[in-house]
Ligand binder design. Sequence first.
Ligand SMILES: Cc1cc2nc3c(=O)[nH]c(=O)nc-3n(C[C@H](O)[C@H](O)[C@H](O)COP(=O)(O)OP(=O)(O)OC[C@H]3O[C@@H](n4cnc5c(N)ncnc54)[C@H](O)[C@@H]3O)c2cc1C
Length: 401
Amino acid sequence: MLAELDVLSEFRAEVRQWCEANVVPGWREALEACSDDQAVAFEREWFTTLHAAGYAAPHWAHEWGGSESSLAEQIVLFQELSRADAPRASLAFIGLYHTYATLTHAGSAEQKARHLPAILDGTVWCQGFSEPEAGSDLAGLRTRAVRDGDDFVVNGQKIWSSGAAHADWCLLLARTDPDAPKRKGISYFLLDMRTPGVEVRPIRQASGGAEFCELFLTDVRVPAENLVGAENDGWRIAQATLSAERGPTILDLAERLRTGFEMIVDTARRSTVPGGGPALDDPEIRDRLVRCHTDVEVLNLLCLKMVENLLRRGGVGPEASIVKVCYSELLQRLTELGVELSGVDAHVLISKPRASGWISGEWLVDHITSWEWTIAGGTNEIQRNLISERVLGLPREPGMD
Ligand SMILES: Cc1cc2nc3c(=O)[nH]c(=O)nc-3n(C[C@H](O)[C@H](O)[C@H](O)COP(=O)(O)OP(=O)(O)OC[C@H]3O[C@@H](n4cnc5c(N)ncnc54)[C@H](O)[C@@H]3O)c2cc1C
């Protein structure tokens, strides 16, 4: 894989040049002064710019408007966007990865033709899987969908739905057969967020942002043509959605930790330790910096290994759980060091959090936000369970069969 990356120097130069021309310096500062609506408009515009260059959907097939880039090209693209500290198109993420993976796996020809090109035109998707009593134990979800003529009528509540306040469509799991074993009675729907009976309530987070929402669904009529795959086959199809977030996109996150580490060193350069000496002369700080640097590089190698395995086997293995645990806990250590190095400044110079990049150099906000990553996409406790069972061969947790 590393050798493949070397031969892509021409593509790397092309992306680097494009970033120089298109990543507007000071975009983070500009976002701090604007309203939430302006921030969303900025993200949408950035997505259009990325798409025009062919960089928004590198993993998509040509048939649906993607660039069909090799994994090596995708890595180079993520590396260069990260090095240029380019914004992220966070709002487009679920559409680009989760919806694409789901529809190409199980969608009908009509569903693919209707929804995939629309994603590249800016349609925003959210995911309505988790419920107040069904997160780690997702199969225990209780939202009900009952067939009524040409529609299903849906009632229930979803929670933690990222980007739902701005979403046009939602990937929805609901129970269609309450008498079947819990994984067998779930169906997968595409929900138009403008349907009567859909209420979206943003959740205010500790960081000050409100990126995810509760969804209340009351007698929502979903046309049967929006059922993905067969009725009661939703659990199996949901695995395609979930594995999309365990795929090569982790390379983007890992690469951005390198940029984050440079920001930490920059903060350290400007910091002093109690007593007034430069932070960079302090042996303990130097030691922690070296450890963080090593961890960032090891994480990037782990990610490459995971992607190599993905290429060979065509599926994500248990190493995705190892990468997830290492990534999220390293993000916490890095941002914590940022807070410590910033001292009082970290507590008084707080600007608005922005979803466009989660290491922003606003270390306190970055640190608070970093805790999301040990929960999202399956908590680290659940990942450790998976590692113990699938890597170490330990027995399954009682009651989880
Ligand atoms: C930033 C973010 C974005 C998200 N976006 C979405 C989204 O767009 N759509 C969506 O549907 N969901 C989303 N989620 C929800 C996410 O998938 C759930 O929060 C996650 O699966 C955990 O579920 P829970 O919050 O219900 O916690 P619970 O499952 O109630 O877990 C509570 C605690 O118990 C522990 N625990 C539970 N079961 C076990 C076990 N068997 N062994 C050991 N420990 C266990 C957990 O690790 C955790 O510490 C998002 C979450 C976050 C943080």
